[in-house]
Ligand binder design. Sequence first.
Ligand SMILES: Nc1nc2c(c(=O)[nH]1)N[C@H]1C(S)=C(S)[C@@H](COP(=O)(O)OP(=O)(O)OC[C@H]3O[C@@H](n4cnc5c(=O)[nH]c(N)nc54)[C@H](O)[C@@H]3O)O[C@H]1N2
Ligand SMILES: Nc1nc2c(c(=O)[nH]1)N[C@H]1C(S)=C(S)[C@@H](COP(=O)(O)OP(=O)(O)OC[C@H]3O[C@@H](n4cnc5c(=O)[nH]c(N)nc54)[C@H](O)[C@@H]3O)O[C@H]1N2
Ligand code: SF4
Ligand SMILES: [Mo]
Length: 725
Amino acid sequence: MSTIHDSFCRFCHAGCAIKVTVENGRAVKVIGNKDNPIYHGYTCAKGRALPEQHAHPERLLHSQKRGADGRHHPIASSQAMDEIAAKISQIVERHGPRSVALYTGTFSLPYPAATPLAHAWLGSLGSPMLFTSATIDQPGKMVAPALHGTWQGGARDFDTADVWMFVGANPTISKSIGIPCMNPGKHLHDAVARGIQLIVIDPRRSELARVAAIHLQPKPGEDPTILAGMLRIILDEGLGDRAFLAENARGHEALRRAIETFTPEYVERRADVRPSDLLRAARLFASSKNGGANAGTGPNMAPRGALTEYLLLALKTVCGHYKRAGERISNPNVFQPRARAKAQPSNPTPGWGFGEKIRVRNLSNTASGLPTAALADEILLPGDGQVRVLISVGGNPMAAWPDQRKTYEAMKALELNITLDIKMSATAKVADYVIAPKLSLEVPSITLPTESLTPYAMGYPAPYGQYTPAIVDPPQGSDLVEEWEFFYGLAQRMKLPLSLAAAYEWGPDVADPIRTEIDLAKKPTTDDVLEILAKGSRIPLSEVKRHPEGKIFDDPTAIVEPRDPSCTARLELADATMLGELAEIAREPIERDAAYPFRLVSRRLPDVHNSAGRDIAKLVRKYNYNPAFMNPSDLENLGLVRGDVVEITSDHDTILGVVEPEAEIRRGVVSMPHCFGDLPTQENELKIRELGSNTGRLSSVDRDFDPYTGIPRMSAIPVQVARHN
Ligand SMILES: Nc1nc2c(c(=O)[nH]1)N[C@H]1C(S)=C(S)[C@@H](COP(=O)(O)OP(=O)(O)OC[C@H]3O[C@@H](n4cnc5c(=O)[nH]c(N)nc54)[C@H](O)[C@@H]3O)O[C@H]1N2
Ligand SMILES: Nc1nc2c(c(=O)[nH]1)N[C@H]1C(S)=C(S)[C@@H](COP(=O)(O)OP(=O)(O)OC[C@H]3O[C@@H](n4cnc5c(=O)[nH]c(N)nc54)[C@H](O)[C@@H]3O)O[C@H]1N2
Ligand code: SF4
Ligand SMILES: [Mo]
C-alpha cells in the first residue's frame, strides 16, 4: 500500500514543498509539489535523494560510544545521556561552566527546536561558549550592518528590482544570497525576462555570471578595491540619490577622502578589471534607486570580508537602494511576530568587543557570535577557562573548520567530545559519543528557520509558511533521539531549568520575547515545543497546520511606515575601523605573492551540501571527490591534463588535488569545493579519488585572519601548484 504525504525538504535551508510517497512505512519517492505557490514544483537532486538518505545502510540507528579499544560501540541513548550528564557535571564542578562549549552547524537549522533547546541548556549551565558556523561563513554580514547602521525600511526586492549586483555568490547553485532561495532559477529567469540588469563580480564565469549584463572577472580577493573604485566613480560623478544621502547618512566626505587612491587605473593594476568595465558597472548600479547588492562566501572568506560587506552597504546608501514609506513589506512573517518597517535609519552598534573574551588573538564576541576559528585554540590552550567539553549539533568541525590539522589536535585533546550526527562523519570518528538523531521526514517541523534567512537576502518573497507532521517512523529497531530531546534529557538529569523564548533564536528583532518554562517532569512533544516557538507569531500555528501543502498568508496592509519626526539616527559612511582598512590596502604593495602565483577560491557543488550527501551514490555520480578546477591554459603551461594529481601549497600546508579543466575560470585561479577529505592521516591523503582533500588545511587561523571576527583567509588563498609525483 502506498500513500502520498505533503511535507517539506530539509536537506538544505530552502525548504522545498514536496510530496513524499510512503510504502510499508518507508519513504520511497520525493517529488516537488507543482501546485505550490512559492516553489512551483522545484526540487533538486538532494531533495529527491531523501529516501536514499533515510534508508542509507551506513546511517546510525544507535548512538555510539568510543570504548577503551578506541572503537565505537552502540549504546542506548538514555544510557549515553546518563553518562554524558554525569561527566559534564564533574567537569563543570572542577573547571567551571566555561569549560563546556556548544557548536551548532548547518544541520541544526532544519530542526527548529534544536538550537533554542541547546542554547537554553547551555545558558542554564552558565556557559557563554556558544559557537556557530556563521563565523566561518560570512561574519561580515552581521558585523558590517552593526558598523554602518541599518535602514529600518528594509532592502529592495530582487523580484521587482531594475539592477542587482552579486559579489562572489552563485545563488542558482547554492540557493543562497541575493535571490529568494525557493526555486532561485525561476526568480532569476523571470527577472532577466523582465529586463533586470545584473552586475556579477566573480573570478569564475559562474552560472549566474552567464546571464549578467556586466561580468567583472577579477583577481580573487580584491573586492574591497573594486567596490571602493565603484564608490569613487559614483561620488565623483554625482550619481546616486543625493537627497537620500543628505537626509540619512553621515561621513560621506570622509569616505570620499578615504577612497581617493582607488582610481579606475589603481583598481585595474590591483584587481585586473578594465577601467571601462568598472565605469560601466558603477554607472549601471547608480542608474536606478530600485536595486540591491549582496556578497557571498567568496569575498566573505577572502581577506577583509567585513569591509566588502561594509562597502556594499555604503554603495546601497549612496544610491538609495532601500524601501521608502508606503511601499509594501513583501514578507511580514508567518511564524515570527508581524514584521514592521519604517523609512528611517538606525544608528550603528558595536561590531565586536563586547561579551565573552576569547583567550587568543585579542578576539571577543561579535555581532556574528563568538569566533569559531578560535575554538580549537580555546580547547588547546591550557589555563583558566580552557574548553574541555564540545558538543557539536549537525556540524562537522573536522571537515569545516579552517586549519584542519589544528582542529584534529583539538578534537583529540578534548576530555569529552560529543557530536549529534546521522553518520560516522570525520568528527564522529574522533568523538567520545555520537548521538544518533531522527532524520527530517521522521519529525514534525515548521518553516521558521527558512523564514529567518532575511539577513542573508534569501528569505521568502512572500509570507509563506508550512507545517509538516512526521511522515514516517524511524527505522525498526532503531534508538534515535531528536536533537532537542538530547538537551532536554541532559537538563532533566542535571536539574537545569529550561526557559524558551518564542522565535527569539530565529528573529533578531524581537525585543521582549514571550518566555515559557519547559516542564522537566513531564516531557513535551515536538509539537508542544514548536507551539512555544510560534507564540506571538503573526499566523497561529494551528492556522498554518490547516494548510498541509503550505500557504501564502498575505497581508496587503503591511507597508513601510513613514519616519518618526523625532528620528535623528544616521547611517555611518566613515566608520573609523573600516576607513583604516581602506588605508591599509592603499599602503600594501600591489604584487604581494610572487612566491605563490595562484589563488585558491571556494566554490560549491550542486549535489552535495558542505560535507553532507557525499555518501549517497546517486549524488556523487559525477564527482565523488572535489576536483581542483583550473583554466585549461594554466594546465597546459604546467604540462598537466585532466585527472593529473597536483600538490597545492599555501604558506601553511599542502594538499593534493585532481585537476579538472574549466574554461570559465580566470587564469591563475584554482577553484575547489570545501568540506571534502577525511581525517588528516597519510592513508586518507592517498585516497584522493574517493575522499577528495580538505581545502581547510591551507588556512592558518593565527597568521592571516580578520582581526575582529577571527575568520582566516579561506578564499583567495595564495598557493603554488605543482605536479605530484
Ligand atoms: N575551506 C573552506 N571551509 C569552509 C567553507 C568553505 O567554503 N571553504 N564553508 C564554510 C561554511 S559557509 C559553512 S556553513 C561551514 C559548515 O560547517 P558545518 O556545519 O560544521 O559542516 P557541515 O559539513 O555542513 O556539517 C554537516 C554535518 O551534519 C550531518 N548531518 C546531516 N544531516 C543531519 C541531520 O539531519 N541531523 C544531524 N544532527 N546531522 C546531520 C552531516 O552528516 C555532517 O557531518 O563550513 C565552512 N568551512
Ligand atoms: N548545493 C549546495 N548548496 C549550498 C552549499 C553546498 O555545499 N552545496 N553550501 C551552503 C552554504 S553553507 C552556504 S554559506 C552557501 C554559500 O553560497 P554562495 O556564497 O553563493 O556560494 P558559492 O556557490 O560557493 O559561490 C561563491 C562564489 O564566489 C566566487 N569567489 C570565490 N572567491 C572570490 C573572491 O575573492 N571574490 C569574488 N568576487 N568572488 C569569489 C566563486 O567563484 C563562487 O562562484 O551555499 C549553501 N548552499
Ligand atoms: S533545494 Fe534544498 S530544500 Fe530544495 S530539494 Fe534541494 S536540498 Fe531540498
Ligand atoms: Mo555556510
